[in-house]
Design a protein around this ligand. Structure first.
Ligand code: MLT
Length: 243
C-alpha cells in the first residue's frame, strides 16, 4: 500500500484524483466541523467551491431542508445560518438537515478531489476510523492537506502524519516516500501535544485573534468519533466505523 501526502491542494489538478482513494484533511476547521455535523445527525453536507454556488444550491434543492454554513476569512458569511465552528453544529440545529457548506480551503480541496473513486474527510476527531477503513480497502492513498490559501499548514500535516502512523500500526507494508517521512517526522515533533501545536500554528493564532479559542480546544481532541465522512453523488455522508 502506497501513501502520498500533498502538502497543498495546488500541487495537483482535478484530473490527478480520477479513480484514486483520497483523504482531505482540514483540521482547523472544515474537517472537524463536517464530521461533527454528520455525527450530530445532519443528513448530508454539500461542499461547494464558491459562495455564489452555495446560495444558488440552497434555494430549491434538497427538499427545502437546507442550512447554509461556512466561513470567509474565518467569519460567518452574511446571510448564512451557520459559521464554521464545529460547536455550532449541535444536534438540535443540524439533525435531518442538508448543509450547503463553503469554506476558504476545506471545501475547495474536497471539490478538487471529486473525481476520486473513494473520497473521505479526516480530522484528529476521527482519524483512527479513517485509518482502519483505509487499511480494509487496501488501496493506494492520497492525503490532501487543505492548507491555507494554497500554502503549507502545520496542523494538517501533523494530522496526516498521525493518520499514517495509525495506518502503519495496523499494516506494516506501507511504502515510505519523502512526503510520508516528512509528515511522520512532524507528527513525532508536534503530535504529542496537539492542543499546544494548534494554539501555536499560524491558523490557530488567527482563530484565537478572532475569538475562536473554544474551537481550537474542540478540534484538538483525538478519536472522539467513529464515523467517516465520504463523498458520494456530490454530497458528504457518514459511514460508521467498519471495524
Ligand atoms: C477553511 O476551510 O479554510 C477553514 O476551515 C477555515 C476556518 O478556520 O474557518
Amino acid at each position: 500500500m502506497k501513501v502520498n501526502v500533498l502538502f497543498s491542494p495546488i500541487i495537483a489538478d482535478e484530473l490527478y484524483f480520477t479513480g484514486k482513494t483520497t483523504v482531505v484533511i482540514d483540521v482547523l476547521r472544515a474537517s472537524s466541523t463536517i464530521i461533527t455535523a454528520l455525527v450530530n445527525g445532519a443528513k448530508e453536507i454539500v461542499p461547494v467551491g464558491t459562495i455564489e454556488f452555495a446560495v444558488k444550491v440552497s434555494g430549491g434543492m434538497f427538499g427545502g431542508q437546507t442550512l447554509l454554513g461556512g466561513e470567509r476569512n474565518t467569519k460567518k458569511i452574511e446571510g448564512f445560518a451557520l459559521g464554521n465552528s464545529p460547536l455550532e453544529y449541535e444536534k438540535r440545529v443540524v439533525n435531518g438537515k442538508s448543509i450547503v457548506f463553503y469554506t476558504t480551503n476545506g471545501t475547495k480541496a474536497i471539490s478538487k478531489a471529486k473525481f476520486s473513486e473513494n473520497l473521505f474527510v479526516c480530522s484528529f476527531l476521527n482519524l483512527r476510523s479513517v485509518a482502519k477503513h483505509l487499511v480494509s480497502l487496501n488501496k493506494n492513498v492520497e492525503l490532501i492537506c487543505a492548507g491555507r490559501n494554497n500554502f503549507f499548514s502545520l496542523e494538517d500535516t501533523v494530522c496526516a502524519g498521525k493518520l499514517i502512523s495509525e495506518i502503519i500500526s495496523l499494516k506494516d507494508d506501507i511504502e515510505l516516500n519523502d512526503s510520508v517521512s516528512s509528515s511522520l517526522a512532524l507528527n513525532d515533533k508536534y503530535g504529542t501535544n496537539i492542543l499546544k501545536m494548534l494554539k501555536e500554528c499560524d491558523h490557530g493564532k488567527l482563530l484565537s485573534e478572532n475569538g475562536f479559542e473554544d474551537d481550537i480546544e474542540f478540534c484538538a481532541q483525538i478519536n472522539i468519533y467513529d464515523g467517516i465522512p465520504f463523498y458520494t453523488n456530490g454530497v458528504l455522508k457518514l459511514i460508521s466505523d467498519i471495524s
